[in-house]
Structures are given as C-alpha cells and as structure tokens.
Design a protein. Sequence first.
Lengths: 573, 590
Amino acid sequence: MKKIFKNLLQYKRRILVALLFMTAATVCDLMLPTIMSNIVDKGIYLSDMEYIKKNCLNMFLVSFAGLITVIIGRKITAEIVAGFCCDLRRMVFKKVNTMTFSEINEIGTAALITRSTHDTDTLGWIASIFCGNIITIPVLFIGGVVLSFSKDIFLSLILLLFVPIVFFVVILIGRKIEPLWRIADEFIDKQNDIMRERLRGIRVIRAFDKEAHEHERISEATRKMAMNIIKSNVSMGTIAPLALFLLNFSVILIIYIGAFRMETGASAVSAGDIFAIIQYVTLVMTSIMNAAFVIVMIPHAKVAANRIGEVISAEGYDDNLPEESFDFSGSVVFDNVTFKYEGASEAAVSNVSFEIKPGQKASVIGGTGSGKSTLVSLMLCFRIPTEGKVIYDGRSTDMLSHKTVRKNISCVLQNSSIYSGTIKDNILMGKPSATDEEIAEAAEISELSDFINSLENRFDHELNQSGKNLSGGQKQRISIARAVIKNAPIYIFDDSFSALDFLTESRLRTKLSKKAQGKTQIVITQRVTSAMNSDIILVMDNGKLVDSGKHSELLERCRIYREIYASQTGGAK
Amino acid sequence: MISENKQNRVKSLLRIFKEAKPIWGWLILSCFLCLLSIICTVVSPKMLGELVQQLYDYWSGELITENFTGIILAGIIPLGIIYLLLSLVKLANMYLLNNVVSRYFTCNIRIKISEKIKHLPVKFVDCTPVGEILRRMTDDVSHMGTSIHTMIETLSTGFLQIIVITVMMFFEDWRLSLAVLVITPISVYLSSKISAMSEKHFHEMFTESGKLNSVVEESYTNYATTKAYNWENETLRRHEEINLRQRDAEVKATFISSAVRPCIAFTNSLAYIAVNLLGGWLILNEGVSVGTIVTIVLFAKQIAAPLEQIAEGLGDVQRAITSSQRVFDLLDLEEEKADKGTFGKVDISGNVKFENVDFSYDESKPLIKNLNLDIKHGQNVAIVGPTGAGKTTIVNLLMRFYDPQNGKISIDGYDIAEISREEVRNLFGMVLQDTWLFGGTVADNVAYGKPEATLDEIMTACDEAYCDHFIRTLPNGYDTVIGDDTTNISGGQKQLLTIARALLANHRLLILDEATSNVDTRTEILIQKAMDKLMEGKTCFIIAHRLSTIVDSDLILVINNGEIVETGKHEELLAKKGFYYEIYNSQYAV
C-alpha cells in the first residue's frame, strides 16, 4: 500500500500546483452566489443600474477566472492521475517479470493477469475520482458553510443539520449497492459461461439432442440475471430522488424559518441572504454527496491495493551473475538431483543422475506425472534443485547466469507459446538478427512451408493473441521454427510433436537432425516411437530415473519401458 | 460469420419499438409518470419564485401583514407537497422502468437469441468467434435496454420539459426568455462538441488498454518461453510503448471530458448576467416585478439540464441503434433447413452407405470428392490420414452437422437427409478428442445422454470406463461440480468421463474421434476392455493418430486431401506398400 502511493511523490510539485488552481477555481465557484444575490438584492431591488452593471462585470470576471483555473487544474490533475496509473502498471508488470516460477505458481497466472490489468485500472479509476474531488469537496463544503454562516448563523445551522442526514443516506445505500453490483456481475458471468459452454459443445449437445435443455438452462440463467440487475439498478436509482427530496426539504425549511425570524425580528436577514443560502445549500449538499461516494469507494480501493501490494512485495530473484558470451559444448550432467515443489510432501524428482554427451540425441520417456517436465524446468534454471547439481561443461548452474544458460538452449516447451504479431516476429524471437533466408530455412525444416505458402501474406501473416487462429499442430511447428533458427548448442523438445501426425513428425525430425548436426538434442515424450532411435533413453517413473540406455537394451531389461512400448505399438517390431 | 448488414437506421429504431410491444402499456404509463414529474419540476420554481418575492416584499416593507409566517406557510405547504410528489414520481418511474425493461424486454431478446441458436447450423457456430455472439447477447442487448430508458426518460421528457419551460418563461416575460433561449443552446452545442472530441480519445484509450491487457496476458501465459528466449526486455519494451500511448490518450480524454461542465457553467453565468442586465433595465423602465426576474433565473437554470440530457441521450440512442442492428442481424440469420423427417423414428441395425458424396466447407476448395463407401453393421471402420485430410469431415457429415452438396448418405437404406436431425444424431454415440463437459456434477455429466439413469447405472458405466476410482478421490465424489475449464481433473480423466457418457447412452452407431488421445498409454491398455465393450456389436467409426489402436479394424480408410486413397484391412494395406505403408512406417522412422 505504502509502496503504491510512494509513486505519487515524484509528482509532488505538480500536485501542489494543481491544488492551487483547483482551490482558486472552487473559490470562484463560491463567490458566484454572493455576487448573484447582490445583483438581485442591491441592484435589481434598489433599481440601481450602475450597481447591476458593475456586478455583472464582476460576475463575468469571476466566472471567466473560474473557467480558466478549473481547466488548467483539471489538465494537471489528468496528467498526474494518468501518470500514476502508467507508473503503477509498469511497476506491477516489471515486478511480475522478475518473479520466480514458484512465486508465480503461488499467486497463479490468472490472478496475476487480473492484478496487472483489472486491479490497476480500478485503482487508477478510484485515484481519478479522488483527485477530482479531494479539493472541491472540502473547499466547497467549508466555503459554503462559512459563507452561509456569514449571512445568517441560525439558518446555516439548518443546513448543517441536513449534512449528516444526506451523508449517511448516501453511504448506507452505497454500501448496499456494492455487494449487489458484485452479485449482478456474477450472474452476468454465469450466463455468459453457460452460453460459451453451449457454443463450444454444440456438437455434443446436438449429438445428444439436448438443445432444448441447454436453451432452458440459458433462459433460466438469463431470468436470474435480469432479477439481479434490477435489484442493483433499483437501489442505485433510489439515491437521486431521495437526495433531491432532502435538498428540497431543507430549502423549504430555510424559507419558512427565515420568514419566521424576519417577522419576529430575530435577525436582520435579508431576502437576498435567504436566496443566497438556498444556493449554498445546493453547493454543500453536492459536495457531501460526492464525499459519501468517495468514502464508499475506499474499501474497493483497499482490496485492489492489497492485491497489487501482494505482487509488488514479492521477492523475485536476482540473477546477478554476469552474462557470459561463451558457447556450451552441449554436455548436460545431472548429479544426484532432487527437486521438491514448495509445500509438496513428496519430491517431484528424486536422486536423478545422468550424463548426456555433446552431440547426443537423448530422450526422456514416461507417463504423466513422472517428472519429465520438471527435468526441463531444472535444465532451463526455471527451478533450482533442492539437492544436487545440474552441470553444463563442468560448471554447476548456481555458478552461471540464467541468461547464459538460456542463451545456449533452443527449447520448445509443452504448451506452444505464440505471441501476437506476424509469423516472422514469432520465429525471429529465436534470433532477432536472422535474415529472410534463415527464416525460410527454419520454416522449411519445421514443415511450415506449405502452411505459409497457403497464406496471402506469407511470413507477414498476423497471428492472434495466443495463436487462436491456428491449429495445435501449426502452433507447435511455429514454436519449433523459433528453436531451429536459434540453433543453440542444446535443443530441448518438451512434448513438442504431440499434435503432429507421424508422417510430418518423421520428415521434420530428419531435416532437423541434419541442421542440428553436432548439437545435443533432448526430446521429452510420451510416444515411444519418438524416443526409440535415440542414443540414450531415460525412463522416468514417479519422479525416479528407472533406467537408461538404448532402445534394444531397455526392451530387454526394463519392464516399464516394455509396457509402454507394447501399449503403443501392439508389440510390433 | 454474421455479416454487418447495413440496415436502415430508422427501420432498426422502429423495430426496437416493435420488439418492445409486450411492454407498450407500461411504457405509456411511464410516459404519464414522466409528464407528472415535468409538471412538478416546472411548477416548483414558479412557487419558489413567488415565495422569494414575498420575502422581498415583506423585507422592503411593501407587504404589510400581521401574519407573515402564515402567508409563507400557505405557500410552503403546497410546495412541499409538490417536492414530495416529484421525488415519489421519480422513484416510482425508476422502479417501473427498471423492472419492465429488464424483465420483459432485454430478458426476452436474450432468450430469443438463445432460441435462435437452437436453429442455426453448426457451420455458423464453427465460423463465428464465441466472443462475438456473447457480446451481442450481453452488451448489445443492454444498450437496447438502455435506449428504452433514455428515450422515455430523457428524450421525450427532455423535449416536453423544454417546451413547457419555454412557454412558461414567455408567459412571464418574452424579452428575458429570448435572452435565455439564445444563450443556452450555445452551451449545449459546445458541450456536445467537446464530448465528441473526448469520445475519440476515450476510444483510443480503451483500444490501447485492450492491447496492453493482451500483452500482459500473453507474456504471463508464455512466461516460460519468454524467459527461455531471454525475451524479458523486449516484453517490457512492448508493454511500455503501449503503456505510454494509453497514458497520453487518458490525459486527453479525461481532461477534455472534464472541461464540459465548467464550460456549461460558464455559459450559464453568461445567461444569468444577460437576464440580470436586461432584467434591471426592464424593472427600471417597464416596471417588471422582482419575482418575475427570479422565476426566469430559475427557469434559465432548469432549461440547461434537459438540453444536456438530450445531447447525451441522442448519443445513447445512436449507440443503441448500432447495437440493435447487430442483434437483429443475428436474429435474422438463415436457419437450418427444416427437416423432411419422412421416415420418423427408424429402427436400424447399422449399415452405412455413402454414394457419390461431394462436400466442401468453402466452395472454392472442394474437400471430399465423389466418396463411396459401403459399411456393414457391426464393422469397425478406421479413418486414417495426415492432419487436415478431412477425417473429421466424415463425422460432420454422418451426424448431419453439415449436409453434403451432392450425393447421398444412407443408414439401412434410409437417406439420412430424410430422417430428422435429432433422430440421426440419436443413432450415434460419440467420444471426441475435444472433450466437452458442462458446469454440473460428475454424475450429471455422465448421465448427459440418459438423464433418467440411476446412480448405480452411472457408477457401472464409470467403473467400466476406468474412472470410478478417480471420481471417488474427488472431494465430493460423484457430486463434485466440474466444468469445461475445470482444472481439478486432467485432460485424460475428462476423456474417460466422456467415454463413460457414451457407454451409458449406448447408441447403435459409434464415433470415436481420437477418443483416447489425452489418456496416457498405460491407462489406455486398462480401458481397452471398456472400449471393446463399448464397440461390441456396433458399427464404429474410429479416427486415430496411434495406428496401433486400429490394426484390428475391419476396414481402414486412408484419406489424403479429402479423397479416399486406399481402403482395406491392415495387412492388405501394408502389402500394397502405398500411402498407408508410408504412414505406418513413419512411426518407427523417427
């Protein structure tokens, strides 16, 4: 919370200037009713045309000054608020980008996205409401009260009597609306979810002849949604008429008591004074209503600020070792590596030791949950071994900058990552300096050529966010092209061929082996056929390395490998 | 895709009214309430003006009376009643409109959309982004609802108010009224101009904000890859670029929009000055009363509000028309051709025949050409071929998700084009690669095709599909609530549930489209028995990547580029050394 508002400090001079202008503008606003009542009181009533002219000029000058100061004030405020939001977004985004994988897992990707977008927006929105009112509310309130007191103390007391009433009415209703809004939003989401579900499952629904049933579900959700929207709208709608009534009622009271005091001679209040006080009532009530709204917002802001605070206070990691320029030879050694996810009772991988020599083709095979992907995380320094060491060219990863390690690995991860931008942009991530020929070569190796040729803009074809306009196979092949163009000493493919048919995979890997000659290739897979031609196959089961060796050796001595093999090939040789 | 049909805007507006037919009566009532509140708002300043006049008169000694408070009280009580009435009428109207519009207008349109989707071809859903349909159903319909509010509350009452106020003002003094009538429209024009200017920047700000959100979402979901490619700085740079653009747009948008009110206030001051200068002159030269001036000053203040409302309301209605056009486009889409349903309910054994079938999704790219197949009941037919060859298309045709352009598909001699779609689909059970579960309990999901199934039947089916065990490990067993995006069960487990669903529904024909692709191979052996049971005595269509699962099929169709290039049993096809041979061996050639 503190950290968030520290950001505002750098704007302190501008905040001061804005405060000055806004105060001036509000003072102008406050002066108007007095001038207006004077014109009527002393000018019109006493038929003093000179007075009228003079004060009309005054009024014009004050209005004009008000206009200019408020515009300048608002301009500066807008700059401060937008700047604050911009800083906030940058701060959160930067922080998340230095978080460790376990910190990210702890908060969760979806929650992080909400915090970096929705929560920062909420805070910014509230900040703008705050800044828009922070000056006007107190100045209007104090000014309005002081000025009306200067007219008539007793009548002003009536005004003060109504202040807490309006204030509490607005706060009371505001508090009630808050949860109603949230509930209404939930129902809207629910209805949307059911509809999305129905559209996604249209085939299954029609296959089971369930359209009528789904329609009924949606109708019901829609009706519930309508009821909840009504509830929140109706309670929101009560504020304005209620406040209007209170305002009008106080006006009536002031006139009546004013008349009474005039008659009894209790005060020398003039008709013009009463008229002015009525105008001040409007000003003060408006400021009170705004204040109440701002107060209703505070819990909202607190929630958002706390959630953002959680992100900002994350420790993150320091990759403070210098990035080195040397190239790995391609040897990968695991020395008795154990890794346990924080909070887990059992290790994800335990006591794993193996050696992959430069230029070897290695495969890791095993079922889901066997710990295969954890090995990849360890190799890429996403995770740090709980015990043991991951060693490249004789140097343990704790002696190497993560950047150095990652620079030396061409990897394709399990969920192919596609970024919005062109296909070319996506491939170029592997090697930003690559020429068009290199890009075409990488695409050819990755079996992308046919697909790209079928596109109107070829490599400049725009991809949607997360590649929503691509099939699973196309995404995988683009990710592979990205790794190919990087052509680092070590290739890692984590289940990267699963969406490709065998024919495509086989062609791709033949071409890849030619390109990556002399480079180490590590393939993580469930498919035995993807693994069987490797120089070394590591069989993982339940976080342990059960056995390693060549296909023929394993077929002979490793039961689990035999089982996997038999299940996938029907036992054919 | 829904075409953005440029319907006539006036027609769309009329159609909104037509759609609102069920609530016409209520809307008229609401108009009546609005009229009441206008009368109140117009009468009250007049009464207030008179009271102030009396105060002046008494204060200056022009009015001499013993019972001054009595006179004031006599004026104040009706004013209080009017004020009370005004708030009550506003409250009632707000309550009425909200209920009527949400309950009978927007809700009905949404249900109509849902009803419409029932009758739209699968092709429409395939080609239209889900978000596109959802947006029409929520936001666009909301805009239409708001437009009803706006039209009643602001437009009609706004216009009425202006007319009444103008008349009343002229009644008081025509010269002063003229001064007001000249100046206020200027302020409205100015404010609408400024609003339009800020609108542009708001739009830009929202666009940039949307882009920024995509960058955030993208870089968080791709976190690992971003790190692996040392791409953090590039991501930060991209983020900052958009972030700054959003900031600049935000400054302009909020600043310009915040200038509207001060500008209006300023022109109002000008009107006030004008009224007073003119008023002073009139009092001196023409003997107009102070009360008249005060009343007109109050009217001048009041007339600005409806003018502002109208400027705002017109924008709302514009947006509602655009939205309604998008909704109407959806409601007017061509529906699936009505079923002939010549045969009614059919009893079949499962012989499937394709005769000279041609089909394409996109007319310029023919996909299936002259396909002929003859499948006897109880046979297992495997469909293999590279990705995009048209394997799933055959499923689409069999289940009448799409109809062929030429040729005929028949089951036991019945042309499926002449059986109702529901009936055709009723003949098939299916397990798809893309598992689909709806938000509900595990038991509900399994019983989807047979709602009357008992819990015992459900459990037996789950047991056979090898998912009974894992269901019992879930927090609430069979009553655990799951959904399409559920994360507490894995992709493989989802697939097992859909297999159990098909087992329970027990149809005569079966389609397995990569039915075990997400199940790991060792579990697959375990459920093989369940699959065998599922397939027993049924005509099955099996699509699979893993050729090991189909070597025993009675007939293998090898599809490439939409054509059947080879057919036969596994051994025959291998012996041919053709395309199948190539695919089969490619699994071992890696």
